[in-house]
Design a protein around this ligand. Structure first.
Ligand SMILES: C[S@@+](CC[C@H](N)C(=O)[O-])C[C@H]1O[C@@H](n2cnc3c(N)ncnc32)[C@H](O)[C@@H]1O
Length: 302
């Protein structure tokens, strides 16, 4: 039987031990609620060990999976067309999640908050988790073709920085983000959370992911072929001051940013048309890459 929205507060409306075929066939809300009593329940396999970053970053992309956390972020993933595999939440979050539940036919697993903690490895204070399916990777050439302002990242392998860069890119009107192969996964849980779900809104693609045909940084030739002015962001003292940068309104521009340790590689710097510096106070070595990205994206909005 479908579960009407009004029954979301009613514990009797929740099936116990319903099997997956029943769940998939349910109508009404489009979701079937399943009470989970046992942390080793195989249906929760997508949520096991979420704090093990090494394991999750290795296994999630291969499994075509990522985890979204909290009402807004889950809603944004659904809005962007990512298919939901399931949700996991504690009872008190059911009313809050009702609008999202109404938009999916995926199973919704309900458990006590300590059971959720046992499964995931952390206290789920955002109340709800969703296991989402990934979409096929985008073609960078096609993305560059239909964009005008893009951010290109080399070796940005910290998920917090990746999430923060996407958030700035979304807020400051960038059309796309391109990632060198050694950048962190934007769909890893922390990146998704820090980005506030903007990783779903700003299209992105991996550059140089096609193996020997065009390994990084040779893949940067795509930017040139697609008519982009390539601007390397670097704290080097001999780079030109960002404040003196003049760009045509219709000019296609790519902002390149590098890793926290080494910055942009010599080959990536050599592939750029300009090296640009955000002026800093005397004695300061550099800005955090996400802060530098925000300032540079803002400069393009003028
Ligand atoms: C922590 S910095 C790397 C510092 C590294 N020692 C270097 O010389 O590039 C990480 C990235 O942020 C950007 N960045 C940081 N500070 C900057 C500044 N003042 N001007 C322009 N870009 C900056 C650059 O893209 C850099 O690769």
């Amino acid at each position: 039987m479908p579960v009407p929205a009004s029954d979301l507060h009613d514990p009797d409306a929740i099936e116990r031990g319903t099997d997956d075929a029943d769940i998939a066939a349910s109508g009404g809300l489009g979701a079937r609620l399943v009470r989970i009593e046992e942390p080793h329940d195989a249906r929760l396999r997508d949520y096991v060990g979420l704090t093990d970053m090494q394991l999750r970053t290795r296994t999630e992309p291969d499994a075509g999976l990522f985890i979204a956390e909290g009402e807004k972020v889950i809603e944004r993933a659904v809005d962007a067309g990512y298919p939901m595999r399931s949700m996991l939440l504690s009872d008190k979050w059911l009313p809050t999640m009702a609008p999202v539940l109404a938009r999916t036919s995926a199973p919704v697993y309900l458990g006590a908050s300590d059971l959720l903690e046992q499964v995931t490895g952390f206290h789920v204070h955002r109340g709800a988790l969703a296991a989402m399916g990934r979409l096929p990777p985008r073609d960078p050439a096609e993305l560059l073709e239909r964009s005008r302002r893009v951010v290109v990242l080399e070796k940005v392998n910290n998920h917090t920085n990746i999430g923060a860069i996407f958030r700035s890119a979304a807020a400051l009107g960038m059309d796309a983000v391109l990632l060198a192969p050694d950048c962190a996964d934007p769909l890893y849980r922390r990146a998704v959370r820090v980005s506030m779900g903007t990783v779903f809104a700003v299209p992105y693609a991996r550059l140089g992911a096609d193996g020997a045909a065009s390994p990084w940084p040779r893949a940067l030739h795509l930017l040139e072929d697609s008519g982009y002015r390539r601007i390397a962001l670097t704290p080097a003292p001999d780079a030109i001051d960002l404040r003196s940068l003049r760009l045509g309104a219709q000019e296609k521009v790519a902002l390149l940013l590098g890793s926290e340790g080494e910055g942009l590689s010599p080959r990536a710097l050599a592939a750029c048309d300009l090296r640009v510096r955000i002026p800093m106070a005397e004695g300061v070595d550099s800005l955090n890459v996400a802060a530098a990205a925000a300032v540079a994206c803002y400069a393009l909005t003028g």
